[in-house]
Design a protein around this ligand. Structure first.
Ligand code: HEM
Length: 469
């Protein structure tokens, strides 16, 4: 049995546990500590970076790995080449994240600096297995390629580059005897992670699933081919500009950062426009009886994306006009409009739509899903507004900033419980799917599996439409 019916499960559990502890937990404590200390901008840089790393590789990375391992073999009607490598990728990446969390805050002393390098090496091996297995599925059969595959493939390549950069930077930091990723490379590093790896994966998955799930007008493939080029050029160009300005101290012409920022802004606006996610759907999904509770997450996520990229472009205009740098409070607000607002809401929405299908039943509780939506959004609105306002006016805004992290954390905890209860139902359907997937032929091809990701009611046990391209 190589289709691995439960493959997503340990990845999603790991993602949620990390989001609640090193991610949301540590983040909320950090934010509260900033508020209590009356400061905006963390003084706890090694821990902040460990938090950012755990969120990108753990909460987001692990979730993406689980979904890709489950969905892509079914899209392509092929098996994952080696279940052993799947398990190895899980333990190596998870082990690397945990090791970094422990070692990075202590890494100015021996042997912790070396352990940070070891953690990065473990992640690189694990991510290499994941990228190899997934790219193999996406690229082997040229005839089965779909227009959105290039987004998924680009995300995988960015993931590998990000992980290789993590190792390189860790070795460099060790050689300097410092605990943190040097400021000079951090912005470019995060740009590759958030806009390259995570962004491309979300865009690719959105193109594949949302028109079908939400009954949207079919995507204009030609437009998305062009947008793909612009999006990737903008990731490269922005990262290079950041490196040139921060690391190499090159005096760039002021119009250059503004232009690459405009390129990113325009590409993302075009993506959202052509996705038709804010237009009236062509098909009324309500008539099919599917629980549409997740749709508000998707729309809210794209509102947050538009807000985040507007902030980012606004900061570039500000730098161009004044020649001054933007305060860290504004950067923190932008970063979490993107990471919590766009990326995390997208994960929460997709998980609440997909996991019940994987598990073969309905989501445990729609009410909990609604409560999560309110808490995460309310907490993030408070945080994104309070951080800059605390910088400008202090006072009560420190209070709202300090509690906002715990409100988001409560929302994530309810989500974790909801998904956990939903996944417990899998035992009911796993044997059936295992029997289906065992019919692979010797060439490594399995019959294209019916993956019940259709517009029909999410009882999930049968479906006419599949995710196959
Ligand atoms: C409950 C939710 C969260 C809270 C309370 C939180 C809190 C924080 C705090 C206090 C900082 C430090 C300074 C600042 O930006 O103001 C920070 C930095 C950061 N956070 Fe979060 N965060 C949360 C969720 C996330 C998520 C979901 C991601 C990514 C998917 C993320 C990625 C990052 C990154 C990349 C940094 C910057 C690290 C660096 O400077 O290298 N955070 N977060």
């Amino acid at each position: 049995m190589k289709q691995l019916p439960q493959v997503y499960r340990p990845f999603i559990i790991a993602a949620i546990v990390i989001a609640l502890t090193a991610g949301g937990g540590l983040g909320a404590i950090n934010l509260a500590a900033m508020a209590v200390g009356g400061a905006v901008g963390t003084t706890w840089l090694a821990i902040t970076q460990a938090h950012g790393h755990a969120q990108i590789f753990g909460w987001v990375g692990m979730f993406i790995m689980g979904v890709v391992y489950y969905v892509v073999p079914r899209l392509k009607g092929r098996e994952l080449k080696s279940p052993g490598l799947v398990a190895a990728s899980l333990w190596l990446v998870l082990g690397g994240i945990v090791l970094r969390l422990i070692a990075q805050p202590l890494s100015d002393g021996v042997p912790f600096g070396h352990l940070v390098v070891l953690s990065a090496a473990m992640e690189l091996v694990g991510v290499s297995f994941f990228v190899y297995l997934s790219l193999n599925l996406l690229t082997t059969d040229a005839q089965a390629r779909a227009f959105y595959d290039k987004y998924l493939a680009a995300s995988l390549v960015w993931f590998w580059i990000l992980t290789a950069a993590t190792l390189t930077i860790s070795v460099y930091s060790l050689s300097l005897g410092i605990q943190v990723i040097p400021y000079a490379v951090n912005a470019a590093y995060l740009q590759i992670g958030l806009m390259g790896f995570v962004g491309m994966m979300i865009y690719g998955m959105a193109l594949r699933t949302l028109p079908l799930f939400m009954g949207l007008r079919a995507p204009n493939q030609r437009a998305f081919d062009i947008i793909f080029v612009f999006l990737n050029v903008s990731v490269i160009a922005r990262a290079l500009v950041m490196l040139a300005a921060d690391a190499l101290d090159i005096q760039l012409a002021p119009w250059l950062p503004l232009t690459v920022s405009a390129l990113e802004y325009g590409s993302i606006l075009a993506f959202v426009w052509f996705l038709n996610v804010f237009r009236k759907p062509e098909i009324n999904i309500a008539e099919t009886g599917v629980d549409q509770g997740y749709e508000k997450y998707i729309r809210a996520a794209f509102v947050w994306l538009l807000l985040a990229v507007t902030m980012s472009f606004g900061y570039s205009v500000y730098r161009f006009v004044t020649g001054a740098d933007v305060d860290s409070a504004y950067i923190g607000a932008y970063r979490h409009a993107l990471t919590v607002g766009f990326i995390s809401l997208m994960i929460l929405g997709m998980a609440s739509r997909l996991v019940p299908v994987f598990a073969g039943d309905k989501l445990h509780s729609s009410r909990l899903l609604n409560a999560t939506f309110i808490l995460v959004n309310a907490g993030n609105v408070m945080r994104v507004l309070s951080e800059p306002l605390a910088r400008e006016f202090g006072g009560v805004f420190f209070v709202t900033m300090g509690i906002s992290g715990f409100i988001q954390l409560a929302g994530l905890a309810l989500f974790g419980y909801n998904i956990w209860q939903t996944m417990r139902l899998i035992e009911l359907v796993a044997p059936k799917e295992a029997a289906t997937s065992s019919k692979a032929d010797d060439s490594g091809h399995s019959p294209r599996m019916e993956l019940p990701l259709s517009r029909r009611p999410a009882t999930g046990r049968s479906s006419a439409k599949t995710l196959q391209s």
